[in-house]
Each structure stands twice: as C-alpha cells, then as structure tokens.
Ligand binder design. Sequence first.
Ligand SMILES: Nc1ncnc2c1ncn2[C@@H]1O[C@H](COP(=O)(O)OP(=O)(O)OP(=O)(O)O)[C@@H](O)[C@H]1O
Length: 204
Amino acid sequence: MLDVKELHLLRAGQVWRYNFQVPRGTGLALMGQSGAGKTSLLECLGGFLPAQSGQILLDSVPIHGLPPEQRPTSTLFQDHNLFEHLTVAQNLALGFQQGKPSPAQWARLQAACEVLDVVSYWSRLPSALSGGQRQRVALIRTVLREQPVILLDEPFSALDDGSRERAGAWVQDEIRRARKVLVFVTHQQADAERWAEQVVEVTT
Ligand SMILES: Nc1ncnc2c1ncn2[C@@H]1O[C@H](COP(=O)(O)OP(=O)(O)OP(=O)(O)O)[C@@H](O)[C@H]1O
C-alpha cells in the first residue's frame, strides 16, 4: 500500500495538500487542468521535489526521506527520457540492474514489445521512432523495472485510440500481476474510468 499522509507541497506560490492511499495491484489517476500541479505531485512522490511536510509510506515504511535513486519508484516523465545514442533494446535493458535484465526479465520485455507493437524496432535508435513508438518503449521500461511504485506522466498522450487501449490494458495487467502501485496523470476521463480504481482531482 502506498500511503500519502498530510503531504504538503509548495511550488511557484501554489500550495497543495494530499491524503490518499493506493493498495498494491491498483491504480490512481491524477486529473486536473494544465498547470494544476499533477506533475509536481509525481515529482514529489519520486523524490525530485521536496515536500514541505507530511509522509509517504510504502507498506508502512517511510520513503519520503530517500533520494530519487533509492526510492522504490519508477517514473515516466513527459519527455520519455530515452537515451538517444542507444538502441531501443539497450534503452530497455537500462532499466534493470547494471543494464542486464535476467532471462526472465528479457522474456517479459520481449512479450511486452510484442503486445505494444515495438518488437520490430529493437535495433533502431530513438531518433528513428515516431512519438507514439518512443512513448511505448519508455512505458515498457518504466513499468517492467523492479521498483514497485510506478509513476506515469501522461503515458498515453501520443497514442492513437487502438494503441492507447492496448497500452492501458497492458499497464493494468502488469500492475495487478506484479502487485505494484500505479499513479498516473491523464487528461482523459475515459482513461481514469478504465484503468484506475481511484481518481484524485488536482487543484490549488
Ligand atoms: N521546475 C519548476 N520550477 C518552478 N515552478 C514550476 C516548475 N515546474 C512547474 N512549475 C509550476 O508549478 C505549477 C504546477 O505545474 P505542474 O507541471 O505540476 O502542473 P500540471 O498539472 O502537471 O500541468 P500540465 O497538465 O500542463 O502538465 C505551475 O504553476 C507551474 O508553472
């Protein structure tokens, strides 16, 4: 269970307070207008933006004092953070310990690439991919890393309806299968209804 207690954020003169719980195997969607503070909350959960006060616990263990690289979180930012000089396969491997996924992890990566239709791009550089292909590669890496808390900032924004449906269903299956916690930002009410058990409306 991810437990956010009296979390108090301050940025650009705006103040937010959050209290919510996300059980393992489930998802929470963050919705709200542009500039409302959705990305700021994800950054705080991932350790990139310090909170003024409050607590973030995973399975009752406080994680709010940890730096980003030690948090049990895996984050997909809006710019997809792919390494441009590495192939798709190398980018996927980077998410794992010392860039070396185990055979079981490779099998899962490969299966995900088939489901999300990026298997034929393994040896390409990111610069040779479309926006939607880049987004799917980054999504696969973020969701399949070992960290149990998955933070996704508008993960389906570059996808057409068919890809969006497949990607959303795949993320939900993975979260349930691996008993992870999902927090994702979306502007689409339908995404929240289909793939999240809870919705938090972010306002200042
Ligand atoms: N790095 C930053 N430094 C200072 N202020 C920032 C920074 N990033 C965002 N802000 C400000 O914080 C507020 C919340 O922005 P945030 O990006 O969290 O909103 P959002 O809901 O994710 O928006 P969008 O839907 O457009 O992505 C805005 O007023 C924004 O200008």
